[in-house]
Design a protein around this ligand. Structure first.
Ligand SMILES: Nc1ncnc2c1ncn2[C@@H]1O[C@H](COP(=O)(O)OP(=O)(O)OP(=O)(O)O)[C@@H](O)[C@H]1O
Ligand SMILES: [Mg+2]
Length: 505
């Protein structure tokens, strides 16, 4: 069985490849599996629908938005839940393992007992290499055969291509994907020619989604009700109530009502404009980012004219909030904003389309963050940033071949101390936006240090007789980076899989 799996901040959605159709899998009648983990003090864990079932029961604590934790995480990251500490990677593997079990036993996917599941999975466009690796590893550890890892908006673009091919004309061959989910915002500009979908640019805001709208609305309700001292469990109940009321808001809604029985108060009521005012500061940066994507100065010096864009395709649950469509329509015009008929499932369906060789779509991805290293300059007087793989570098299209970058130079120190970072923007040649530092890589250039396992404690000094060094970077189609360092002569070689900095966990 081949499936597309969109592991979301609030919901996980699975779509099948089924003879040219891409049906969304139902779990006990529901088209999404909650992205929840619950635990009790005895150390029992429940995942997905089972976690949702016990979330309000006494003795159970719930971990929401696990995906959000990944962008700050490394392999050793621990999470505390119901008074115990768990390794995040183990929780994620347990979660995906339970998803796999439920696909077999509680879904309409009709899998044969023990049937292997080939999966295409997705991550936010702006996800760091660490998030990509952790996600991929957890899917594999849970027993999925992962055959592709795409960026979420790129996947959604394939759902668009599958459904609306005819809107693309020779004059209007760009589509802008606007993906506002529970926890992340992604925007991608794609060029669609024939069956080829080329990602021109992807940008994202890692911590912006419907969860933040819920929190902003909850803060408004608490402040207006003068409730300052609410315990965490009651706060959780009220946040869920705010989320449910937010989802019920339609274009004609005038009043916003919240049930306050959790705090023994009469219902809270306010005008919808008050709700929109606290949410507008969350919507505005998404529109500003669309603008930036269209006018990216780094792109061959050429802006994409608005007349060349077939439309803005709105996917993700939070895109259903009327303030979002209103702001987009006011800014970009009524006709060009189109909402997916499957806002929650667009990425999962797109992943299934990608897996279906019969559909014949090709997707060429791009590296979605700048990756580089800090280096000493002017004999140690300055530090500069050397970009190694630039954002928007084209990745091989077959989903298997890695991108390889090589650099050679003469070592100027006895020890190479590589401080790798990723970032979403470069400003005046320096990393900017959200910057992800990686564990420093230490490599001995001096043969006398080859066997030392305490390089971090050795004095680093400049060195006249340094060997030639080759750095070979392998960027997997998933966007994860590995570096191999080799000296010449000597042929001393080590490979490092880049992992997130411990200090940032
Ligand atoms: N009609 C609606 N109006 C406003 N918000 C909505 C509506 N329906 C769903 N949402 C919000 O959409 C979010 C969930 O969307 P979705 O399922 O696309 O996210 P996700 O895939 O889990 O998250 P992400 O893609 O960010 O990881 C929730 O915050 C939910 O409250
Ligand atoms: Mg999503």
């Amino acid at each position: 069985m081949r499936v597309g799996i969109d592991f979301g901040t609030t919901h996980t959605v699975v779509a099948l490849v089924d003879r040219g159709n891409y049906p969304v899998v139902s779990f006990d009648g529901l088209d999404a599996w909650p992205s929840l983990i619950a635990a009790n003090a005895a150390g029992e864990l429940r995942f997905g629908a089972d976690a949702a079932a016990v979330r309000h029961e006494p003795g159970w604590s719930v971990l929401r938005s696990i995906k959000r934790l990944l962008n700050e995480a490394g392999p050793q990251t621990e999470v505390s839940l119901a008074g115990r500490s768990y390794r995040l990677t183990e929780l994620l593997t347990g979660f995906l393992g339970a998803l796999k079990d439920d696909l077999h036993h509680r879904s309409n996917a009709c899998l044969a007992p023990g049937e292997a599941i080939e999966a295409a999975v997705s991550v936010p466009a702006n996800a760091s290499s660490a998030q990509r690796l952790l996600t991929l590893d957890a899917f594999v550890a849970a027993g999925f055969h992962v055959v592709a890892l795409l960026n979420e908006p790129s996947a959604a673009s394939l759902e668009y291509a599958h459904r609306y091919r005819s809107t693309i004309t020779a004059k209007r061959e760009y589509v802008l994907i606007y993906d506002l989910g529970g926890g992340t915002f992604d925007a991608s500009l794609l060029k669609m020619t024939g069956h080829a979908n080329d990602v021109v640019l992807s940008e994202g805001i890692q911590r912006l989604g419907g969860d933040d709208f819920d929190e902003a609305i909850l803060r408004l309700v608490l402040a207006e009700s003068q409730l300052t001292d609410v315990d965490p469990a009651t706060r959780d109940l009220l946040r869920e109530e705010c989320a449910a009321r937010k989802e019920a808001v339609g274009p004609q809604t005038r009043r916003f009502l919240v049930d306050m029985s959790a705090v023994d108060r009469p219902p809270f009521a306010c005008g919808i404009d008050d709700v929109y005012s606290v949410c507008a500061p969350l919507v505005d940066p998404t529109v500003a980012l669309l603008d930036r994507v269209l006018r990216d100065p780094a792109r061959d010096g050429r802006d994409i004219a608005w007349s060349e864009v077939a439309g803005i395709y709105v996917v993700g649950g939070a895109g259903g909030f009327p303030l979002v469509s209103r702001t987009l329509r006011t800014t970009f015009g009524d006709k060009r904003v189109k909402r997916s008929p499957h806002p929650f499932a667009a990425s999962a369906i797109g992943l299934a389309v990608f897996l279906d060789s019969e559909a014949g779509f090709e997707l060429s991805e791009r590296f979605s963050r700048h990756f580089g290293v800090f280096r000493e300059a002017q004999a140690g007087a300055d530090v500069v940033f050397d970009p190694i793989v630039r954002k928007d570098a084209e990745l091989p299209t077959d989903g298997r071949t890695p991108l390889v970058v090589r650099r050679r130079y003469r070592a100027a120190h006895n020890i190479g101390h590589f401080r790798f970072v990723e970032c979403s923007r470069l400003v005046n040649g320096r990393p900017d936006g959200d910057v992800t530092p990686y564990d420093p890589v230490l490599f001995p250039f001096d043969p006398a240090l080859y066997d030392r396992d305490d390089l971090g404690r050795q004095p680093v000094g400049r060195w006249k007789d340094g060997p030639d060094v080759e750095e070979r970077y392998v960027v997997a189609p998933s966007g994860a980076v590995e570096v191999t360092l080799t000296t010449e002569p000597g042929g001393f070689m080590r490979t490092f899989r880049l992992e997130r900095c411990a200090a940032a966990r």
